[in-house]
Structures are given as C-alpha cells and as structure tokens.
Design a protein around this ligand. Structure first.
Ligand code: SF4
Length: 458
C-alpha cells in the first residue's frame, strides 16, 4: 500500500476515500457490464498477463454502465476478452478454469509478457545512463536535455489504462521494473550533466505518492547547485482518475505547496496531464483541481495516445482540446499507441490517425493548436506524421522528428512510402532514399545518436 492510500484510509472525514478495485473484483464488475461467463473468464485470463486496477471514482462517476462494455471509459480501464492473441487467452482461461496452481499461472503469464515487448524504444538497452561507470537505475535519458526519473513509491496509478505502454511496471515481474529512491545518486548524476535542463518525474503516476514522499523527490532537484534544471515535469493521470488528490484529500494543500516551492525556486512546474476522453473533464471536481494546480504557479499541458475504440474520432479530440483550453490547460500531444503490450488491439493506422488529428485540429481555435501529433515515441526519437502527400507522382507520408537521440536530426523533414495499414515506424519504408535519416550510414556506424553528448562534463 502506498503512503497516499494510507493517508486516505486514515482520513475518512475527507468523505471521498480512495477505494481501489483489483483483479479479485474483476468478475463481479464484468458481470455488471453484462458479460457472460465465457467472456468473464477471458477477461480474467487477460488480467493474469496485464495489470488491472480501478477505483471507486472511475466506477461510480466516470463509467456509463448502461453503455458498458462499449463505453469508452469502461474500455479505458477494463481488460477486453480479445485483447491478446486467442491461443494465449485460451491457454490461460483453461488454466484458470482448471484451478491451476498460482505458480503455473504465473509461468504462463510470464511466457506471454516476454512476447509483448515490455520495454519499447530501447528503454533498458539504450536509455539507462552511467555515473562513474555504473548505471543509475530508475533514471532514463534518451535526449541530451531531458532526464526521466522513476520514483520508487510512484510506480502505481490510481487506475490502470488497458493500453498502457508502462504496463511492465505494474506486473509481478521485478526484473522488468525501473525505479529509484536514491536521490543522492540522481542529483550527483545531474550535477555532472549541466546540459540537462528538464527532469520529468514519471511512473506509474507520481501523484500516487503522498505530499511528504513527493517532496523527498522534488526538493533535492531545487538545490542551487542544480540551477541548470529549468523545469520539472510531472506526468500524471490523477486529474482523470482521482481529482480529489488536489481538492479534498487530506494532503491536497501540502501537495500544492510542493508545486509552489518549484515556482518559487524560479523553475517551471509543468504538470503533464493525461486525458483520454472528454468525459474525464466533465466533473466539477476536475475544474476545481485544475484551478488549484494553476494557482500554485504550475502550467498544465495535456496529452494522450490515440486509441481504437476509446478516442478514435476527431469529435472526441476537438471536444477534449476545447474543454482543456477553456479550463486553462495547454493541449500538447496526440501520441500513437506504442509498440508494446496489446498494441495490435488498440492501434489506429497512421494514415487514419493523421486524418483524425487534422480533422480535429482544423475545427478548433488557434489557442488549441498548441497540440502536436500524431507522434510516435520510437527508438530514434519522437516522430511526427505531418501529412500524406503526392511527391513526384508517389504517395508518401511526410514526417519530421520532434525529438531525436541525435539532436542534429530535430526538425528534419523526411518521407516514407504510404502504407494504409502501417501502425508503427517499423512498418514504414523510406521514400526517395535508401534509409531514414536516423538509420546508420553503413559507412559510419553506429550513427543512431551522438554518444559524446552523454559523457559527463569535464
Ligand atoms: S495512468 Fe499512465 S502509467 Fe498509469 S496505467 Fe495509465 S497510461 Fe499507464
């Protein structure tokens, strides 16, 4: 149990105590959605591989149970009976129905997980930095100016999204997890890298941590010796899944005082809010939480992946961006579903994703056009689909790199052959060239990034 949950449990006077629902509640909740016994068994089979967790606010306030199981918020948190390959589901369902021992189930689930690319975009192979020739666990560095920090107590969420690309953080597989509680080592690393200007605290969801624990990770970053850190970002879905965190929870004010400290230190606190559907913005509690976060001096930027059956509709995105802008948030990213977990189930083809993005983008005012996308967070960097165009008689995707391991490539336009079925970078072929700009020149290996940029400053 996290410190945060303990705090909530000890203060029922808050009146909106956090209550989690886990796999043991899944059968009863799927029954409420009208699923028959075979579908419920398949849902439980999926939940042996991928994590399931939701809470009383999502269940009572966000899901439209009359529309379940097709309701988008239901689909956002509840495993679907066909989310994984059919032979895997059948095997796991047979084991569950036959009362297989826990160890057998765990081994079968592990077999499926390692086929689901648990660490996409080179997370473990390429992104863990070194300090004094030793790795700095719980830290990821893909770009010269940004460091990702995974606080140990922040590696759960108020609810889990079915499409989550960080699913490996939440399953019973210690070797798959990234986390640290050694801020001494993190700050030592940052001191030796004055080129880092931004730290993204991520998870899981860092806002699962109580104010005191959050402070233990944020305050060391405000050390005057780290004045090259200009911004601290917090990636969170708490405004969707538990807005009480900033309004009625016992430590809501303390939490906001941590945010205030960041602003007082002369840095930007950027709250990177994950919203998947406009319904998440409707409860008045969300507007109040947004108002209070903004009053702390933080700026809220919004982002989400484009997901089949949850938000693959331009009207959904334009409604989201308009509401967010009206509430004082800044629309920031539309992502492409990443190449991990149940990608095949949730992915929207890149060509369709671009149409959805453009239709939504052209229907909103300039204030919402701060949004970027559709963007793929892939191994070489963040690649944006700029459009589908005819060039010299050939239909191609136009792309550019929003971010890149090799900073020389940022902003560089390039082309890929049009493929209406492509869902990820690995499905694309270069057009008008023998290779993509981020691919190594066979004459100049390795070429994927510029390693010198990641050497400690002398
Ligand atoms: S809130 Fe974020 S980290 Fe948590 S399950 Fe959803 S996508 Fe994953």
């Amino acid at each position: 149990m996290t410190g945060y949950e303990q705090t909530g449990a000890a203060n029922p006077a808050a009146g909106r105590r956090f209550r989690a629902f886990t796999a043991k509640h899944l059968d009863a909740l799927a029954d409420r959605a009208g699923l028959g016994p075979a579908e419920r068994l398949a849902v439980r089979a999926v939940a042996t591989v991928l994590p399931f967790r939701t809470n009383s606010y999502v269940v009572d306030r966000l899901i439209d149970w009359d529309a379940a199981p097709d309701d988008p918020i239901y689909r956002l948190v509840f495993p679907q009976p066909d989310m994984l390959p059919e032979p895997d589901i059948r095997r796991l369902a047979d084991l569950l129905a036959g009362g297989a021992p826990e160890s057998t189930l765990r081994a079968a689930a592990h077999d499926v997980r390692i086929r689901l690319n648990p660490h996409p975009a080179g997370q473990l192979a390429l992104n863990i930095p070194d300090l004094d020739d030793e790795p700095v666990p719980g830290v990821q560095r893909k770009y010269p100016e940004t460091v990702l920090l995974f606080p140990k107590q922040g590696q759960t969420c108020h609810a889990y999204c079915t499409y989550c690309f960080r699913w490996a953080q939440f399953v019973d597989e210690p070797d798959m997890k990234m986390a640290t509680d050694d801020m001494g080592r993190v700050t030592a690393y940052l001191r030796s890298h004055p080129e880092v200007s931004s730290v993204l605290i991520t998870g899981g969801d860092p806002m699962i941590m109580g104010a005191d624990v959050l402070r233990r990770y944020v305050e060391p970053l405000l050390d005057p010796r780290l004045d090259h850190i200009e911004s601290i970002r917090i990636g969170s879905k708490s405004l969707s899944y538990w807005p009480q965190r900033f309004v009625t929870d016992p430590d809501a004010d303390d939490t906001l005082s941590v945010f205030e400290r960041v602003a007082q230190s002369g840095r930007v606190l950027a709250f990177m809010a994950h919203f998947s559907h406009p319904r998440e913005l409707e409860p008045p509690l969300v507007a109040e939480a947004v108002r209070r976060i903004r009053a702390s001096g933080a700026v809220i930027r919004t982002q989400a992946p484009l997901i089949r059956s949850i938000n693959d509709d331009p009207a959904v995105w334009s409604a989201m961006w308009r509401s967010q802008s009206r509430m004082g948030m800044v629309p920031y990213y539309m992502f492409v579903e990443r190449d991990t977990g149940p990608q095949g189930y949730f992915a929207v083809p890149l060509a369709r994703g671009y149409e959805i993005y453009r239709d939504a983008y052209r229907s909103v005012s300039g204030l919402c056009r701060t949004v970027r996308g559709p963007s793929m967070s892939a191994t070489p960097g963040k690649l944006c689909i700029d459009g589908v165009v005819d060039v010299a008689g050939e239909k191609v995707f136009a792309l550019h790199m929003i971010q890149a391991r090799d900073p020389e490539l940022v902003g560089k336009p390039f082309f890929a052959r049009f493929d209406p079925q492509a869902i990820w970078l690995s499905d694309l072929q270069p057009a008008f060239s023998s290779r993509f700009p981020f691919e190594p020149d066979p004459e100049e290996l390795p070429g994927l990034w510029a390693p010198a940029l990641f050497e400690p400053a002398r």
